[in-house]
Ligand binder design. Structure first.
Ligand code: SF4
Length: 452
């Protein structure tokens, strides 16, 4: 059997040494969600367990809520999250159950001093809900959940079908952030992956929504993807240029395409224009990074950029580092304290639990104790650095010597450099491979901390 260096599992080989680390340090990206939170399955009354976790959390620890809307009007070809078709009556019934879920969870929180500093409506496509459903949900959130004064309330979705009535309703009811999956401005590339609107319409809607958001100081954020079929360097740079210079958006996420087996894109691959290889994607990453560094946007994390101070990216930032998050809605997941919770994915089971007056939790897992240190390391890597002193402080023990072999290995592979301070800096290649580094440091920390 092939031997792996300490801290490396069989599925997660260490980086290779190469002249082109950004293209060749690894053969693949390990995963988007690396399953680092997997622990022991929890049994018993899960609602009670959630209540206990909330009660034992000191006030002021960052907390937020994730509200899942599992409906989309159509499936984007690259998507692995599509669940249900957006049928108005089904969505209205779901909204009623969700209102009860929010109210019930509000009771859990009411017995404590907890405050939610971010609420994220994700999916699916929350913007597919009717204006009435959106209004009801936002009013319930504000009435039943203990929100901080500066709570970030994000509505994720698509521009298609998100008319002015809906935009105005959500702004009037407290939403202060939009996250739209634009993916590309190029009409042909958009349509090849199942997006409906042409470039001109996308730009017009983004600018119009930005204008409507102005009096509310709300932020408009978009996602762009690199590596789509038919997208070369010219098209990719045109997309970024368009976002920066032709729209009034306040934030921009640049993501790499993730080819998920079983999605229409995986099935259609042979019929569509070619897609960038992983090596070519690393070049697209490099070009996008350079263009953003030259722009007037500030870097908020490896993939996320903000144009002005109204974009905080609070939910996404905290979510990556395992902050307390209350799950709401069918299929939602979240963690609180030392436990990760999952709600019923089956909408029927979800609604039945609500009718019985129960928090619709389907499962829970304990979070491994070393994850408290891993989550800090993940947050640091998202900021393109590693601060060993801070990690030692959180771990309550020396780590430097034990981490030295893996850090040296990353340095030799061109992923990390020391600038003679305690903060080690990721190179451009390290940024491209950050998911792999997060997985590797988690495994190393687990080996160190669980052995002591
Ligand atoms: S709108 Fe989002 S969740 Fe729905 S199919 Fe497209 S990418 Fe997937």
């Amino acid at each position: 059997m092939k031997k792996h260096p300490p801290g490396h599992g069989r599925g997660f080989p260490p980086p290779k040494v190469s002249d082109q680390p950004i293209a060749e340090a690894f053969e693949r990206k390990f995963a988007i969600h690396a399953g680092m939170l997997a622990g022991q399955k929890c049994e018993g009354d899960l609602g009670n367990l959630l209540q206990k976790e909330i009660e034992k959390t000191p006030p002021k620890v960052p907390a937020m809520a994730y509200i899942h809307i599992p409906f989309c009007c159509s499936r984007c070809h690259f998507c692995g999250f599509y669940a249900e078709s957006s049928v108005p009556e089904t969505m209205a019934r779901y909204t009623q159950a969700l209102v009860a879920d929010i109210a019930l969870s509000g009771e859990h929180l009411a017995k404590t001093d907890q405050e939610l500093r971010a609420v994220y409506f994700g999916g699916g496509t929350p913007t597919d809900l009717s204006a009435q459903d959106l209004s009801l949900l936002l009013q319930t959130v504000r009435k039943k959940l203990p929100l901080s004064e500066d709570c970030e309330i994000t509505i994720e979705g698509r521009l298609f079908g998100f008319n002015d009535e809906k935009v105005q309703v959500v702004l009037d009811n407290g939403a202060n952030r939009f996250s739209f999956g634009v993916q590309s401005f190029n009409t042909q590339i958009r349509q090849q992956v199942g997006r409906k609107q042409p470039r001109e319409e996308v730009i017009e809607r983004l600018n119009h929504i930005s204008k409507l958001s102005e009096p509310h100081n709300a932020a408009v954020i978009i996602d762009l993807i690199y590596g789509l079929p038919g997208q070369g360097t010219t098209e990719w740079l045109q997309d970024i240029d368009c976002a920066i210079n032709e729209t009034a958006i306040h934030g921009l996420d640049l993501y790499q395409i993730n080819m998920i087996p079983g999605t229409p894109l995986a099935d259609l691959k042979e019929k569509l224009p070619s897609m960038a290889t992983l090596q070519e994607q690393s070049h697209l990453f490099s070009l996008g990074r350079k263009k953003m560094l030259e722009s007037n946007f500030q870097r908020l994390s490896i993939a996320h950029w903000g144009r002005d101070s109204r974009e905080h990216n609070r939910y996404n930032r905290w979510n990556k580092t395992g902050a307390n998050c209350l799950p709401l809605g069918s299929g939602a997941g979240g963690c609180w304290g030392t436990t990760r919770f999952f709600q019923h994915k089956d909408i029927k089971l979800y609604q039945e639990a609500i009718l019985e007056g129960k928090k619709p939790l389907a499962g829970a897992m304990s979070i491994p104790s070393h994850y408290a240190v891993t989550s800090v390391a993940i947050g640091q890597l998202e900021q393109q650095c590693l601060d060993i002193t801070e990690l030692e402080h959180v771990a309550g023990q020396p780590l430097r010597q034990k981490l030295q072999p893996i850090l040296e290995q990353w340095g030799v592979a061109g992923l990390l450099r020391s600038n003679n301070t305690d903060r080690l800096q990721l190179t451009e290649a390290g940024e491209f491979w950050v998911v792999n580094l997060q997985q590797l440091i988690d495994m190393k920390l687990k080996a160190i901390l669980c052995a002591t």
